[in-house]
Design a protein. Structure first.
Length: 404
């Protein structure tokens, strides 16, 4: 996939998001509590401020005014860059919005370019195409176009892996450190890169010193932020210890393991939600199904590592059988996928998981590999479902309803 084709897909995706916003403005009632920039700004310029709803407000406030109590959960790199760009175009609150949107869109496209290059190292063009389509059509992909840090982290993580594959380990340490100061899940890059270093040492008989040192450098971003928090808030783990105050009972400061979270959803949360209120029904079931999907992808990745590849017969209605093979991705990708999935669930909730999985690109690669084995009609059906869900999720988000 060339740069022109990728840019075309990117622009079509962005136009689609505007179309979803256009219809939402006319057909969905406005939820006024968490609008980007406040109600007045939103009503004046909804086509811009709608993309700063919910956490976008916090990122803009941090960028403009610095950290305040209960905002430490939001890591610093995205607001720092937003502030830098805003200073170049005037420094007004509106300029911070424009800066954040510019940063998100630019970072997302850079991330897509890196993803294309990374996938090409192992797969043919059709897997590249399917992966990009899956990322763009995933129901929460609108966060890549919003004042959120997902786009920046995707770019950092993808290029970190790409440079690791190319053995440019100094850049790996630099980008990885920035990534771990962008989102907490950046720490998952550390063990994944160690595994990548071990793979390369085994395959190419290379020295481990620089790769291992660079992998450890990934942690410097988080350590730097924790040092700042110790001085500013008196608690180096303020980003974690304030979870209850920020998110209420949805998140726990006591680590809760994945089976417990599934148990809570199946037996406590899903049976007791208000089924007469569509936004809550949609968001709750959506986060549960995303948890099942990416949990399944992680499990398939682990099984493929253990068994290299397994074939078994699948009985079809026609009475014939076909062979299904476990798709194997690179071990370092599997480590990142599994840890990146597990870290958010340790708070005891799948809330926001549909957004958190956006940066787990190995999951999208795995989906692409499996979709590539299916008939085109099945692929089109799956894409149609994603498209519909993307439209619903985008419309709800831009009108002030919680999605992730």
């Amino acid at each position: 996939m060339g740069i022109k084709k990728l840019l075309t897909f990117f622009l079509v995706w962005r136009i689609l998001l505007f179309i979803f916003l256009f219809f939402a403005l006319y057909y969905l009632p406005l939820q006024k509590n968490f609008l980007g920039g406040g109600l007045e700004n939103y009503l004046e310029k909804p086509y811009l401020w709608a993309w700063a709803n919910f956490d976008g407000e916090h990122f803009l406030a941090i960028a403009k005014e610095g950290y305040r109590p209960l905002t430490y959960f939001f890591f610093p790199v995205y607001p720092i860059l937003t502030r830098l760009f805003a200073g170049l175009i005037g420094g007004s609150f509106y300029s911070y919005l424009v800066s954040g949107l510019f940063l998100s869109h630019s970072a997302f496209f850079i991330g897509l370019m890196g993803l294309v290059r990374l996938i090409r190292l192992d797969y043919k063009g059709n897997i590249v195409f399917l992966t990009i389509i899956l990322v763009l059509l995933f129901p929460t992909s609108f966060y890549f176009a919003s004042v959120y840090s997902e786009s920046l982290f995707l770019a950092l993580s993808v290029w970190t892996f790409y440079f690791a594959r190319k053995k440019r380990w100094v850049l790996v340490g630099l980008l990885g450190a920035i990534a771990s100061a962008t989102r907490i899940v950046g720490v998952a890059l550390f063990p994944a890169l160690v595994v990548e270093a071990l793979i390369q040492a085994k395959e190419k008989k290379t020295h481990l010193f620089l790769p291992i040192v660079s992998s450890f450098c990934v942690l410097l971003g988080l350590i730097t932020y924790a040092t700042f928090l110790r001085q500013d808030a008196g608690d180096p783990l303020a980003f974690f210890n304030s979870l209850n105050q920020v998110f209420g009972e949805q998140r726990s400061q006591i680590l809760i393991f994945l089976p417990q979270v599934f148990y809570r959803y199946i037996f406590k949360i899903l049976p007791n939600i208000n089924y007469s209120y569509f936004p809550v029904v949609f968001s709750t079931w959506f986060e549960f199904l995303v948890a099942v999907l990416f949990g399944g992808l992680g499990l398939l990745g682990i099984l493929a590592l253990r068994l290299h590849h397994i074939s078994y017969g699948m009985w079809l209605r026609s009475g014939s059988s076909r062979i299904f093979e476990l798709a194997k991705i690179r071990s370092s990708y599997t480590v990142y996928l599994v840890l990146g999935y597990l870290i958010p669930t340790l708070t005891g909730s799948f809330s926001s998981l549909p957004r958190y999985v956006l940066i787990l690109f190995p999951g999208f690669i795995l989906m692409a590999v499996y979709l590539n084995k299916l008939k085109s009609s099945y692929r089109y059906f799956f894409f149609a479902i994603l498209f519909i869900l993307l439209g619903i999720a985008t419309a709800l988000f831009v009108r002030g309803y919680w999605i992730a």
